[in-house]
Write a protein that binds this ligand. Structure first.
Ligand code: BJ8
Length: 424
């Protein structure tokens, strides 16, 4: 086992707290992931990545910095990874999914803030995340109110740049966003000393599109009955997509998909063919938030899709072909990003359409709407969604929770009752 202590010291981590965090992970991972039956063999790579979550990947980032490159932290899928890669920098997702860092955040942020925001901020404030410590700066965005106000406070502790995301998918909204992308390009160039050219952007978008294609391939494999992979494993690889090396990740994803397609051809699955098929929709589940999937799959369901930013909203929108000029490529990126149907938009009926399409195409028996407490945008949108699903006769369960374990028993009871109703 490599000793990374000197690297963590160099990153100014709070070593005592960080040790406590790392000690909790292996047992939890073993219980949740390694205990699953009939996992695809190609998951071994992703298990390795998690085993090295604060080790090898962080070492790679530090080596990149030592050779003059930049590392940039992100919190939202609206910030385009391709533009960052085109500046010779490495993007890493910093949205966090653990209760561990929430108490630190609550020393500063209002308690009635969503757990994702508190967990992300708490990692910086408590100096327990090597990724934020390794980042030269972070890029926030004006999506929900909680996030955009948190960035103002975060800026007191870490270099922070905020780009504006429009509230409406209108022509003016698109122009505003395109202008923000130009501003982001200028910022990236200034920080990295690298000029983003048409060629470097094409190279970067090709890599990122290949990663998205591999994620879509996995998503399509989950249409099969029986499901060839658990929802837990599918969620895990999507979470890893936010911080792993883009080329290596894509290669490993395609190896996983080869195996899954072989399983589909031979009728092999991870659950019985009559296991209730569930679509999870709503707030993103940042690593290591596996709470709802674990409850659902422990109760005998199989999760076949995630309509979330750790799911379809991350990889489904495709990048249109352009004439290859820098302007046209930026416009194509703007168009693609604005196809992300986040609840921060108004109106946002396209998201309801997406959920209905997924429910039909993935032969879903029920939808579970996952809402982080104090996330008002998704909570309000669930009202419309409930009506739309009722019209299509698709059962819906609405779960509102945070990162604590205390309500797991209560959620399990509700999930059991929901699955029982589906089975009947
Ligand atoms: S594009 S979903 S990643 S903003 S859960 S912090 S919305 S209060 S994460 Fe998101 Fe971008 Fe939208 Fe996706 Fe606020 Fe809600 Fe918390 Fe959220």
């Amino acid at each position: 086992m490599t000793d990374y202590r000197s690297m963590w010291t160099e990153l100014d981590l709070d070593l005592e707290k960080h040790d406590a965090l790392l000690q909790a992970l292996p047992g939890m991972y073993e219980n949740i992931f390694l205990s699953q039956d009939n996992r695809p063999q190609a998951m071994a790579y992703f298990d390795f990545v998690i085993g090295e979550i604060h080790g090898l990947r962080v070492r790679e980032l530090m080596d990149h910095k030592a050779s003059g490159g930049k590392v940039i932290g992100l919190f939202c899928v609206f910030v385009p990874e391709d533009l960052i890669l085109a500046a010779g920098a490495i993007p890493v997702g910093l949205c966090a999914g653990t209760q561990f860092s929430v108490p630190d955040a609550e020393e500063v942020l209002p308690r009635n803030t969503c757990a994702l925001i508190k967990s992300s901020f708490g990692f910086k404030f408590g100096r327990t995340c090597p990724y934020v410590q390794a980042s030269d700066f972070v890029i926030g965005e004006t999506t929900c109110d909680g996030k955009k106000k948190m960035y103002e406070i975060l800026a007191e502790y870490h270099p922070t740049y905020v780009m504006e995301v429009p509230q409406k998918k209108t022509r003016l909204g698109r122009e505003l966003f395109l202008d923000e992308l130009r501003g982001l390009r200028a910022k990236l160039q200034e920080e990295s000393g690298v000029t983003i050219t048409a060629e470097s952007l094409t190279e970067a978008t090709t890599l990122v599109e290949a990663k998205r294609r591999a994620l879509r391939r996995l998503h399509n494999a989950r249409k099969a009955r029986p499901a060839p992979i658990s929802g837990l494993d599918a969620l895990l690889v999507t979470q890893i997509a936010f911080y792993d090396d883009v080329v290596r990740f894509t290669e490993m994803m395609n190896a996983l998909c080869d195996e899954l397609e072989g399983r589909i051809a031979s009728g092999e699955g991870v659950a019985s063919a009559d296991a209730p098929r569930i679509l999870v929709s709503g707030s993103p589940m940042a690593i290591p938030n596996w709470k709802l999937h674990r409850i659902l799959e422990d109760s005998g369901a199989v999760v076949v899709g995630e309509e979330s930013c750790t799911g379809t909203r991350y990889f489904s929108p495709t990048l249109a072909e352009s004439d290859g000029s820098l302007d046209a490529q930026l416009a194509a990126i703007a168009d693609r990003q604005l196809e992300t149907h986040c609840a921060c938009f108004t109106p946002n009926d396209e998201r309801i359409d997406d959920i209905l399409t997924l429910a039909r195409g993935w032969a879903v028996d029920g939808v579970v709407h996952y809402n982080l407490q104090f996330c008002h945008t998704f909570a309000n949108e669930a009202v419309k969604m409930e009506k739309a699903l009722a019209r299509d006769d698709v059962p819906l369960l609405r779960i509102e929770t945070d990162y604590c374990d205390e309500d797991m028993g209560q959620i399990k009871n509700r999930v059991d009752a929901f699955l029982e109703m589906i089975r009947r």
